[in-house]
Write a protein that binds this ligand. Structure first.
Ligand SMILES: O=C(O)CCC(=O)C(=O)O
Length: 217
């Protein structure tokens, strides 16, 4: 993997393992453009708590933008072109989102990333995400670009099996984690978010996860 040492982030990329890179603060130069765009996305497709196939309510509220949106209900996990709540197409991916995703992917050694889905997760304090793989995408050759905004969180970086030990990676506002290639199907998750306050986002953490869901447009 070629790491682009001329990335816009102020700190050099850190390899978590082959194929997986942590970019401290890489999203910071984008935040002023990201936040109003995020508001527009959330107005068009409001945040909601989805149900898992097992009947549990997800503690993080979510929405999507892009051609495809990730959804969950009693029938399973899948990507849809329309928001099941409004019946409308998911809002378009804002240009600032796309620029950041492509910039971060390039800095992590994945040039030419063209995401068609951005899952927005909003964590209030105590919300969490259990260890899982991102495996509903058709195109596993593209990386995942995961952007953290707002209050801090502890990211869990696991292995190829759910039972593998997970490394704890503290994430702050503006941090980006990118994984693909041999690390594409690694288990990952988020520990319950601690009560905290962020000057731009209040008592919330927002994660933007960029993916290539389909092999064609
Ligand atoms: O919130 C995060 O940092 C991770 C989100 C995630 O794992 C996912 O959406 O699949």
């Amino acid at each position: 993997m070629n790491l682009d040492l001329f990335s816009t982030g102020s700190e050099p990329p850190v390899e978590l393992e082959p194929g997986a890179v942590f970019l401290r603060g890489h999203a910071l130069p984008y935040v002023d453009a990201l936040l109003p765009a995020l508001e527009s996305v959330m107005q068009a497709a409001p945040l909601r708590h989805m149900e898992t196939p097992g009947g549990f309510r997800m503690s993080a509220a979510l929405t999507n933008c892009g051609t495809w949106g990730w959804t969950s209900d009693r029938h399973g996990y899948r990507y849809t072109r329309h928001d099941p709540q409004t019946g409308l197409p998911w809002p378009a991916m804002p240009p600032s989102f796309l620029r950041l995703a492509q910039d971060a992917a390039g800095a992590a050694g994945y040039p030419g990333f063209l995401p068609d889905a951005c899952l927005v997760n909003r964590y209030a304090p105590k919300a969490r995400m259990s260890l899982h793989q991102d495996k509903n995408e058709q195109d596993m050759s593209a990386p995942i670009v995961s952007v953290s905004l707002g209050i801090d969180a502890m990211f869990l970086w696991g292995g190829g099996q759910r039972s593998d030990p997970a490394r704890r990676v503290p994430l702050q506002h503006g941090d980006v984690v990118v994984w693909g290639g041999p690390a594409r199907l690694r288990y990952h998750g988020v520990l319950p978010v601690a009560q905290n306050h962020h000057p731009r986002l209040g008592a919330a953490r927002v994660n933007l996860t960029f993916r290539r869901a389909a092999t064609t447009t």
